[in-house]
Design a protein around this ligand. Structure first.
Ligand code: C2E
Ligand code: MG
Ligand code: MG
Ligand code: MG
Length: 281
């Protein structure tokens, strides 16, 4: 009897772990060809000025559609790409696509100064060629350095402390640095004052609690105040309701993004939105 239930336990645990590892292995292998096979796509989510709904920028987000597996979430394949090192190539490709696309939107409409916001993974921060690579992309695409924001998570900056001079160097060229998912990491606030940073992105988990729990509202407010004191812009992610947008604006949050305004979309679907007219949630 004991043996049987023991067997049962093994059955419960083992298959999922093996499946996970097997799938990661498969993903790692398939990802190697994904770029050349044209399976990767960059989609864009508008960032809007919360005071009037005008688009001020776009966040570039990568998508992978494999012919057999179907769509694979970046939450699943970005960590795999991190482990294999593929993220370096993939990340640079996303950066170049995004800069070229945003430059095209800028040129199409006089007076349109939207910026590109691009996610940079911890592994990319370790690359000694990071600064040179980013500057080369800017010069190839013609996007002004001041219209590029690099999104880096709090833990990545803490872990890759050696990258701080590189970030400072990029910043000296006009590139802005945002801390992504702010509030979910573990860095001390004291530390923050010494980092080369321009923008705090308030994590979606706090935004979603904004109109439901006092704790969520308190954290969002604290981040916005912190930003004000340190002279940093705050951007809220994951805004889904008009009440959340209104509350964030009331608290003094400048910019935001979320399904309320627009989902991440292929560039062609955003052509009409990238003007000066407000995106109404
Ligand atoms: P992130 O950088 O925090 O990006 C925001 C995520 O929130 C995106 O998920 C976006 O689709 C989602 N989102 C935006 N508004 C809403 C909303 O109103 N409600 C909800 N429920 N979700 C919303 P996505 O595209 O699945 O990307 C997940 C994560 O994968 C990103 O989180 C980022 O960490 C990573 N990622 C995506 N593309 C890249 C990339 O090109 N390079 C790197 N290094 N990481 C990437
Ligand atoms: Mg991001
Ligand atoms: Mg984020
Ligand atoms: Mg996030």
């Amino acid at each position: 009897e004991a043996k049987r239930s023991g067997k049962h336990l093994v059955k419960l645990y083992e298959p999922s772990m093996v499946d996970r590892r097997a799938r990661d292995g498969v993903l790692a292998e398939l990802l190697g060809d994904a770029l050349h096979a044209g399976e990767l796509q960059v989609v864009y989510q508008p960032l809007v000025d919360l005071s009037d709904g005008r688009p001020v920028g776009v966040e570039a987000l990568v998508r992978w559609h494999h012919r057999d597996l179907g769509p694979v979430s970046p939450m699943e394949f970005i960590p795999v790409a991190e482990r294999t090192g593929m993220i370096t190539t993939l990340g640079l490709w996303v950066l170049e696509e995004a800069c070229r696309q945003v430059r095209a939107w800028q040129l199409r409409r006089p007076g349109c100064r939207i910026y590109a916001s691009v996610n940079i993974s911890p592994r990319q921060l370790q690359e000694p060629t990071l600064v040179g690579d980013v500057l080369a992309v800017l010069s190839r695409t013609g996007l002004p350095a001041t219209d590029l924001v690099l999104e880096i998570t709090e833990s990545a900056i803490v872990d890759e402390h050696a990258a701080v001079p590189a970030l400072a160097d990029l910043r000296a060229h006009g590139v802005r640095i945002a801390i992504d998912d702010f509030g979910t990491g573990y860095s001390s606030l004291q530390y923050l004052t010494r980092l080369p940073v321009d923008v705090l992105k308030i994590d979606r988990s706090f935004v979603s609690q904004l109109d439901s729990t006092p704790e969520g509202a308190a954290v969002a407010e604290a981040v916005i105040r912190l930003g004000q004191v340190l002279g940093l812009r705050t951007i809220a992610e994951g805004i889904e309701t008009p009440a959340q947008a209104a509350e964030l604006q009331l608290l003094g949050c400048g910019h935001g993004q979320g399904y309320l305004f627009a989902r991440p979309m292929p560039a062609a679907d955003l052509d009409d939105m990238m003007g000066t007219a407000p995106i109404r949630g």
